[in-house]
Ligand binder design. Structure first.
Ligand code: FES
Length: 107
């Protein structure tokens, strides 16, 4: 399996609106989110102290870390109070009914 390539991870229909799904991909905890009809794919580890976002909450297009309540905008990846802290977002695509992910950071 090519590290730089896309890998199929989830059936598109298994990701439901307003839900998060945590799936390990090649040893990386990857969190899939569908919110307001949009899909976001991020590293589950918070850029602050690596807490798992899967235990947190969604608030519109914001994800709230369960450890210290930092709020990150899913669109930009930025922490609201200090944009230098950013989520790791992964590139994804839908092909043949599956969500494929590339474990390289989006640039
Ligand atoms: S570990 Fe996420 S806000 Fe501190």
């Amino acid at each position: 399996m090519e590290k730089a390539g896309f890998v199929p991870v989830l059936e598109e229909k298994d990701l439901q609106e307003g839900k998060m799904k945590l799936v390990p991909v090649e040893g990386t905890p990857v969190l899939f989110i569908k919110q307001q009809g949009k899909i976001f794919v991020i590293d589950n580890r918070c850029p602050h102290m690596s807490c798992g976002f899967s235990g947190g909450a969604l608030d519109g297009l914001v994800i709230v870390c369960p450890c210290h309540d930092w709020r990150f905008d899913l669109r930009t990846g930025e922490y609201e109070d200090e944009p230098a802290f950013k989520l790791t977002k992964y590139d994804w695509k839908i092909k043949s009914g599956k969500i494929w992910v590339r474990l390289e950071e989006e640039t």
